[in-house]
Design a protein around this ligand. Structure first.
Ligand code: CTP
Length: 402
């Protein structure tokens, strides 16, 4: 499946570096061409000789060797994918900052291919806020992070931090490179904005008004559009979902107001905007800066309307931009959905009905009807959300090129 694929394998200083040899064997067995770049400290964990023997290529480690210069730009352009496994805490921090003090980092900064990393570190390092923030940062740059696994760690502790198994990394590469080959790139070069998830409206520092949205439908849409070649800007409300896909730039927000600001900032450059988030319609007028004590028998909270993102973007929409809204109704579904198409100047409205079993919040399936501005109405069977995303994106593409 990886026959002929050009893979740059970056190895950094970590006990898990022995697993790079196993990963390398799997890659070679599948027919991939592998070039290895080691950081200086990784040589304490795995020898260049072992890596060179298995990859059948000399191991690259230095920016300069004698009077020759290793051309990191060529390396970065040669590869179909760069995989850094294991990724140490130190190299992660350098990637997050754009530092360039070895060949691996210089190549990473020059790479035009997708970059996939498999971190490995001890649990406390993994949990440290600096690591979390560095990971968010490199994800925001478009790199894919393969989650660590739970298990026994080099320290003897048990917990999160083990590098993903070579077979898991291989599976990830199959999905990444396989999909790239098979998928129609009908959104290549298009800029797409997707909103997903709930919003949290603060009542005080510990309480909020939220809803049951998981963000699954919007994230499935973002992934499907990225797979078809779009540059996706995903604005995601509070959600536990991890986003690792290349091609998706993630901005996490909390409140309706933050989501509004993020969308307004991005919309002008977008070809398509798909607003699937379950945005709160109302927010507290005056959130308390301190925790509210239960001193009274009754308690009234004054709410004001949030800004309607869909309607605002509908007002700003220019020729050539496509706007897709969602509707979730319990009564008079068709009438309300058609009303939203008109009132918000949308091009498509995707209706999911809470009356349908297996549709809506939290579940992995959905049942939708799509209303198009030209009067077309398409009703679909209940399907997994990933397949629903394919149906929706098919209609987006059709409307975009109509
Ligand atoms: N939406 C939005 N900004 C809001 C509220 C909703 O962008 N402040 C978007 C949602 O992402 C969705 C669409 O509007 O795409 C439909 O949301 P919904 O709340 O059902 O529509 P409203 O017309 O605002 O609500 P109602 O049904 O109460 O009229």
């Amino acid at each position: 499946m990886l026959q002929g694929k050009k893979i740059l394998l970056g190895v950094t200083g970590s006990i898990a570096a022995y697993k790079s040899l196993l990963l390398m064997r799997l890659l070679i067995k599948e027919g991939a061409q592998v070039k290895v770049i080691q950081t200086p400290s990784s040589r304490d964990f795995v020898t260049p000789l072992s890596l060179a023997t298995l990859s059948k290529n000399p191991v690259l480690a230095d920016l300069f060797a004698g009077d020759t210069w290793a051309n990191h730009v060529d390396l970065g352009r040669w590869a179909d994918v760069m995989v850094i496994a294991p990724l140490s805490c130190n190299t992660l921090a350098k990637m997050a900052q754009g530092l360039c003090d070895n060949l691996l980092l210089a190549t990473y900064l020059s790479a035009v291919c997708p970059v996939v990393v498999a971190p490995a570190m001890d649990e406390d390092m993994w949990a440290h806020p600096a690591t979390r923030s560095n990971l968010d940062r490199i994800r925001a740059f478009g790199n894919a992070v393969i989650p660590v696994e739970k298990g026994e760690l080099a320290s003897g502790l048990y917990g999160d931090g083990r590098m993903a198994e070579p077979a898991t990394i291989l599976e990830y590469l199959h999905a990444l490179l396989g999909q790239r080959d098979q998928q129609v790139k009908d959104l290549a070069g298009k800029n797409v904005l997707v909103t997903a998830g709930p919003t949290y409206e603060a009542i005080d520092p510990v309480r909020f008004i939220g809803n049951h949205s998981s963000g699954k439908m919007g994230v499935a849409l973002a992934k499907e559009m990225a797979r078809r070649g779009a540059n996706v800007q995903l604005v995601l409300g509070p959600s536990t979902l991890e986003i690792n896909e290349p091609g998706i730039h993630l901005q996490r927000v909390s409140s309706a107001d933050e989501m509004y600001a993020a969308c307004l900032d991005k919309f002008e450059k977008m070809d398509v905007a798909v607003l699937s988030a379950a945005v709160a319609d109302y927010t507290p007028v005056a959130p308390s800066p301190e925790k509210i004590k239960k001193n009274t028998d009754t308690f009234t909270l004054e709410l004001k309307k949030t800004k309607d993102i869909l309607k605002t973007l509908g007002g700003l929409k220019k020729q050539g931009q496509l706007l897709v809204g969602f509707a979730l109704e319990t009564t008079a579904e068709r009438e309300y959905a058609l009303g939203k198409l008109e009132a918000k100047n949308a091009d498509l409205i995707v209706l999911n009905s809470l009356n349908d079993e297996g549709a809506g919040f939290g579940v992995d399936t959905n049942k939708i009807t799509i209303f198009v501005k030209d009067g077309t109405e398409l009703t679909y069977d209940k399907k997994p959300k990933q397949q629903v995303a394919v149906d929706i994106v098919d209609q987006i593409v059709k409307a975009l090129y109509a």
